[in-house]
Design a protein around this ligand. Structure first.
Ligand code: ADP
Ligand code: SF4
Length: 691
């Protein structure tokens, strides 16, 4: 197919200093939990982005000196020449597809925890680490500043040697030494590097000049700068110092990559921000520089991208998450397949990989992070091994993904879903406050499934074991493999992490589960939500019911609300939002027992009891897999064989309830593995330490 001429502008080349990007798609730096520990995984993942059409593909932050690291988080490392070969793997993978490789050079200043190196961190002034770490940085003296400039220069030269075409000077997010110098909050110096804005900018300017001098003849020198820190007059704001800094340095770098700070603002989730949320902050930049400008904002719509270019907001469309959800986004637009873009849903499951120091994963793109270790490619999948048919039962995220990947392999697939609506939990949850974009998990798959003749979808079609046995041999259906994706339901007995036995007294009170609420249950009076799940559900239900006018008390044994959302960068926003809505919060509290019209709460440390009035109780604890169908089918192996059913398996939440990302991954894995060779002991490659 040919691309829509309206999108031609997106495929114009852009000159960036001494190099030229072949189009306007720019994969900005993003973390991935691979970093210096997993260079093969990293190179393969970045190479696929280049193959998918991103004209610039960047690293994550790459630490330039042993005085700055954040172990156990796994970022890039360029401390000495020994780190060059690992990074060169990535530049080779990117160059293979005619794209430019960019590197984000980083020194974390006082945000460096240096747990590994044990070197005291450095900072413009002697201040404490931000993360409740018992650690203070020492103030840099003049020779430290000179040393730091040398490290940066050396790192730039090594980056050039590793094959990078674009070298970043990084002053964005909260944790960079250059940002600390810029900020009057952290920079209390009284010499020429502190005080006036001109003085605070001095080191930033010097480092840009040093980098240009060192590598600027052949490499583009980019700046990543956060124009607003959301700290009001205490920090950099787009209207004041943010703008002044860009004005002061306007023509110095070869490219401006501008965003907002901190990372939770920059990578805001769809629960809090929609596509294009950074535009109003960065839109001034192009008016003060003639250099190309890159911006981000979870852009997935080609029309929006065109509009950004035409309105003069930016020259290149920056993307981290949209490139993770769909590494082939540019190619799909180029080939007239824009409808096939797997749009990012803004859930930040990708961020959890970095936060937990494990390879990146993505709700929408199950191949993300698996490119090297499992050999998965987002656009290619092995052809079917036989003419066997496959029955997939359940059209939630795991069933839809499994049917899609099997269909793409060329298998004949029958997908049966009880409800008239496809999507399972994704359809239900996307109707909760702030989660509408999650519906894209369903929409993308349903749209792609409609294109596959091999897949027949039967909605409003609950299947029982008898029917599955019976239909297996039917002419028009016929299947030899049954994959159950029947999901899970929330428990009604309060069992979970805190209670390994049912909570006493639940029969005495009107009781609801998240499923009931999503099914439209009508609640009366004072609502108590007990959250022993700790991801989004408890907080989202509190938000919904409060918005509907209920008095809501949210009880959780954890130290804060929706505590796992620290890993998705949402926790602070969630708790702030609930407090502002007037939800009463009771963290570090257990639901000990239930009585008529009240709940008995217990301090998780002292077990001190208090009673609170309650008219409706919602339990958000655990889910029970819907595996009855599996049990019924498995009970009779002879009947399975007689029915010609060779394999029977469970995927997604009916195997083990988890995130939507885990369900999609499980469905994809089952499709890849159907009729495959028996697994090795470890089902994926590992990056072993060479001894
Ligand atoms: P997952 O996250 O694993 O995909 P979901 O709970 O989102 O699980 O989806 C499970 C889907 O399976 C639901 O849409 C449900 O209606 C459907 N389902 C459950 N049991 C059956 C069945 N026996 N026949 C057909 N569909 C079923
Ligand atoms: Fe987007 Fe979620 Fe994938 Fe991250 S994990 S890229 S936020 S869909």
């Amino acid at each position: 197919m040919k691309r829509d001429p309206r999108y031609d502008i997106l495929f114009e080349p852009v000159k960036i200093g001494p190099v030229t990007a072949k189009n306007r798609f720019f994969q900005v730096p993003h973390c991935n939990g691979m970093g210096y520990l997993r260079p093969n995984s990293l190179a393969e993942m970045r190479g696929i982005k280049a193959e998918g059409g991103w004209s610039v593909v960047c690293t994550e932050e790459v630490y330039i000196h042993s005085s700055s690291e954040c172990d156990p988080m796994v970022e890039g490392r360029l401390w000495d020449d020994g780190d060059i070969p690992a990074l060169a793997k990535m530049t080779e993978a990117v160059h293979k597809h005619g794209s430019l490789a960019g590197i984000e050079l980083q020194h974390g200043g006082f945000c460096s925890t240096n747990h590994y190196s044990r070197i005291p961190p450095i900072s413009p002034s002697a201040i404490s680490n931000d993360d409740y770490v018992p650690l203070q940085a020492r103030a840099m003296n003049k020779s430290d500043i000179r040393e730091y400039r040398k490290w940066h220069r050396k790192a730039a030269l090594r980056a050039k040697q590793a094959g990078f075409d674009l070298i970043y000077v990084y002053a964005a997010h909260a944790g960079t030494l250059l940002t600390h110098f810029l900020s009057r909050r952290f920079n209390k110096r009284t010499d020429e590097y502190g005080g006036s804005l001109e003085n605070r900018v001095r080191l930033f300017r010097e480092v840009i000049e040093d980098t240009k001098d060192a590598v600027g003849d052949t490499c583009a020198v980019a700046v990543r700068f956060a124009v607003d820190e959301f700290l009001g007059p205490q920090g950099i704001t787009a209207e004041n110092e943010g703008r002044e800094i860009v004005e002061m340095l306007a023509e110095l770098p070869d490219l401006w990559d501008v965003n907002i700070s901190d990372w939770s603002r920059d990578s805001a989730t769809s629960r809090f921000e929609s596509e294009g949320y950074q535009e109003s902050y960065i839109s001034f930049v192009k008016s003060v520089t003639s250099k190309p400008v890159v911006g981000v904002g979870r852009y997935t719509s080609p029309d929006t991208m065109v509009s950004l270019i035409e309105r003069g907001i930016m020259d290149m469309i920056g993307a981290a998450r949209p490139s993770i959800a769909d590494p082939f986004l540019p190619k799909k637009i180029e080939q007239g397949r824009a409808d096939e873009i797997r749009e990012c849903i803004g859930c930040n499951i990708c961020v959890t990989g970095d936060e937990l120091s494990v390879p990146i994963r993505c709700t929408q793109n199950p191949t993300m992070g698996e490119e090297w270790r499992r050999g998965w490619h987002p656009e290619r999948i092995a052809a079917r091994k036989s003419d066997d048919g496959v029955l997939v039962v359940g059209g939630g995220p795991s069933g839809l993904e499994c049917a899609l990947a099997l269909g793409q392999r060329g298998y004949r697939v029958i997908l049966a879903e009880t409800l008239a609506e496809l999507g399972g939990r994704v359809s239900r949850e996307s109707r909760l406050p702030g989660l509408s974009e999650w519906g894209r998990v369903r929409d993308y798959r349903v749209h792609m499934l409609e294109k596959l003749e091999e897949v027949s979808i039967y909605r409003g079609n609950p299947l029982n074991a008898e029917e599955i046995f019976e239909f297996s041999a039917a002419d028009q259906f016929g299947y030899s493999h049954v994959i159950l994706a029947t999901g899970a339901n929330w428990r009604r007995d309060g069992m979970g992490r805190m209670h390994r036995e049912p909570i006493p007294g639940l029969e005495k009170i009107p009781l609801f589960t998240p499923d009931d609420i999503m099914d439209g249950a009508v609640l009366k009076g004072k609502v108590v939500i007990y959250d022993d799940d700790h991801y989004y559900m408890g907080g989202v239900l509190a938000e919904k019911l409060r918005q509907e006018g209920h008095e809501v008390l949210l009880v959780t044994p954890a130290a804060d609300i929706s505590t796992w959302t620290h890993h998705t960068l949402e926790q602070k926003n969630i708790q702030k939002n609930l407090l502002e809505l007037g939800v009463e919060l009771a963290p570090q509290t257990d639901l000990a027992a239930v009585h008529s019209g009240m709940v008995e709460l217990a301090c998780v440390f002292t077990d001190k009891r208090t009673e609170r009035a309650c008219d409706s109780l919602i339990l958000v604890t655990e889910r029970i897999p819907n595996d009855e169908l599996f049990t019924a089918l498995e009970e009779d192996p002879t009947r399975l064989t007689d029915a010609g059913i060779k394999t029977l398996s469970c995927i997604g939440d009916c195997l083990a309830p988890g995130t939507i990302a885990a369900a999609v991954y499980s469905g994809h894995l089952a499709a890849r593995e159907l009729e495959s060779e028996p697994q090795e002991e470890v089902p994926f490659l590992r990056e072993r330490i060479q001894l």
